[in-house]
Design a protein around this ligand. Structure first.
Ligand code: NAD
Ligand code: DAU
Length: 360
C-alpha cells in the first residue's frame, strides 16, 4: 500500500466501533482510489473483528492510537497526507458517562481538540492550505436535550441543552469544531444523528443488550416505566448519510440525521421479544415475562426526535428501511453471529453488567 498512489487519504477515527466500522466498510469498498486510514484506540467498544471483510483491502490501513495523543496524531496527518477527517471516535454510552464523566471529557472534548489542532497545523503548512480539505465531526441529537410528548422535533437551530455527562461532552466538542471554522477558517461539518441500531453494536446499548438477554433468558431491565421515546435509524442508513454529506455537504453547515421513526422503549422491547422469539422458534409470548422495570437512569431524557428535512431536501437522503424490517435484519444478524456476541461478552463484560444492573 505504501507504494500505491491514492487520489486522497481519508482518516476515519473510531472505525473499529459500531458506526465507524460501517463507515469504514462503505468507504473502503466504494472508493478504491482513496486510502482509508482507520485510527482507533481499541477500547472495550472497539473490535477489529468488525472489519474482517475489509482488513486486507489494498486501500485500507489500521492504526492503533489514542486521539488524545497529539504528537502521534500530528505525525499521522503528515505521514499519511490526510485530506479529510471523519471523526467518530468517542466514549458513547450514557450510563458509563454517569459513572465516569472524566473519561468522557478526556476523549470526547480533549480528543476532538487534539484532532482539530493536528489537522489545522498540517493543512496550514500546505501551499493549498484548506483547499479540498474537510473535518467532519459526527455528533448526536442528545446535545439538544429532551423533548416533551408534543410532536416537536429537533432542528438544526434547536438550542443546545445537554443533560448527561456524555451529551455535555459531545456538545462541548461540537462547539470546538465550529470554533475552528469561525476562528481559523477551517472547513468543518457537524452532523447530529438519532439512535442507531444494527449489526456490530456493543451489547451495552438497549437493542443488542436485550437481544443477548432474550437469547440467554436473562431479565430485560427497562428503565423507569419504559415511556421514554427514541428515534431509531438503521446504521447503514447513517453511514450512507455520512458518505453523502462528506462529499456533497457544505462547509460550516450542520445537518440533522434521523429516521422519522419514534418508538416508546416498552413498545420497542415488545417488538424485540416478538421478533427474537419468532426467529428462535420459541412460541409467541414465551419471553414476555423477562421484562423487568428497574430504577430509572439519572437525568433520563424523555424524548428525542429529529427533523432531517434539511438533509433530504438539500442532498436527497432518505432512510431505506422500515423499522420492523430493520429490526428483523438486526436480530437475525446477532443470532447468526453468536460467536461475535460470545466474544464481546467474554472478559470483563459480565463484571460490567453486574455492576451496572446490580440492585437496580
Ligand atoms: P462506539 O462506542 O461503538 O465506538 C467508539 C469507537 O471509538 C471504538 O472503536 C473505540 O475504540 C474508539 N475510541 C474510543 N476512545 C478513543 C480514543 N481516545 N482514541 C481513539 N479511538 C477511541 O460508538 P458508536 O456508537 O459507533 O458512535 C460513534 C460516534 O457516533 C460517536 O461519536 C457517537 O457520539 C456518535 N453517535 C452515536 C450514535 C449511536 O446511536 N450509537 C448516534 C449518534 C451519534
Ligand atoms: O440519540 C443518540 C444516542 O443514542 C447516541 O448519541 C448514544 O451514543 C447512544 O448510546 C444512544 O443513547 P441512548 O441513551 O438513547 O441509548 P441506549 O441504548 O443506552 O438507551 C436507549 C433507551 O433505552 C434509553 O431511553 C434508555 C433505555 N434503556 C437502556 C438500557 C441500556 C433501558 O431502558 N434499559 C437499558 O438497560
Amino acid at each position: 500500500m505504501e507504494n500505491m498512489k491514492f487520489e486522497r487519504t481519508i482518516l476515519i477515527t473510531g472505525g473499529a466501533g459500531f458506526i465507524g466500522s460501517h463507515v469504514v466498510r462503505l468507504f473502503v469498498n466504494k472508493y478504491p482510489c482513496c486510502r482509508i486510514v482507520n485510527l482507533d484506540k481499541l477500547t472495550y467498544a472497539g473490535n477489529l473483528a468488525n472489519l474482517k471483510d475489509v482488513e486486507n483491502s489494498p486501500n485500507y490501513r489500521f492504526i492503533k492510537a489514542d486521539i488524545c495523543d497529539f504528537d502521534t496524531v500530528c505525525a499521522l496527518m503528515r505521514e499519511m497526507k490526510v485530506d479529510g477527517v471523519i471523526h467518530l471516535a468517542a466514549e458513547s454510552h450514557v450510563d458509563r458517562s454517569i459513572r465516569d464523566p472524566f473519561t468522557f471529557a478526556r476523549t470526547n472534548v480533549l480528543g476532538t481538540l487534539s484532532l482539530l489542532q493536528a489537522a489545522r497545523q498540517y493543512w496550514e503548512s500546505l501551499p493549498e492550505r484548506f483547499e479540498g480539505k474537510m473535518f467532519y465531526h459526527i455528533s448526536t441529537d442528545e446535545v439538544y436535550g429532551a423533548l416533551e410528548f408534543d410532536g416537536s422535533l429537533f432542528t438544526e437551530d434547536t438550542k443546545y441543552d445537554p443533560h448527561s455527562p456524555y451529551s455535555a461532552s459531545k456538545a462541548s466538542s461540537d462547539h470546538f469544531v465550529r470554533a475552528f471554522h469561525d476562528t481559523y477558517g477551517m472547513p468543518v461539518i457537524v452532523t447530529n444523528c438519532s439512535n442507531n441500531y444494527g449489526p456490530y453494536q456493543f451489547p451495552e446499548k438497549l437493542i443488542p443488550l436485550f437481544i443477548n438477554n432474550i437469547v440467554h433468558r436473562r431479565p430485560l431491565p427497562v428503565y423507569g416505566k419504559g415511556e421514554n421515546v427514541r428515534d431509531w435509524l438503521f446504521v447503514e442508513d447513517h453511514a450512507r448519510a455520512i458518505d453523502l454529506i462528506f462529499h456533497r455537504g457544505k462547509a460550516a453547515q450542520t445537518y440533522n440525521i434521523g429516521g422519522f421513526n419514534e418508538w416508546k422503549n416498552i413498545d420497542l422491547v415488545r417488538l424485540l421479544i416478538r421478533t427474537t422469539d419468532s426467529l428462535l422458534g420459541r412460541p409467541e409470548g414465551a419471553d414476555d415475562d423477562l421484562v423487568t422495570f428497574v430504577t430509572d437512569r439519572a437525568g433520563h431524557d424523555l424524548r428525542y426526535a429529529i427533523d432531517s428535512t434539511k438533509l433530504s431536501s438539500e442532498l436527497g437522503w432518505r432512510p431505506s428501511l422500515q423499522f420492523e424490517e430493520g429490526m428483523e435484519k438486526t436480530v437475525k444478524w446477532y443470532l447468526d453471529n453468536a460467536a461475535w456476541l460470545d466474544n464481546v461478552t467474554s472478559g470483563d463484560y459480565m463484571k460490567y453488567y453486574e455492576e451496572m444492573y446490580e440492585g437496580r
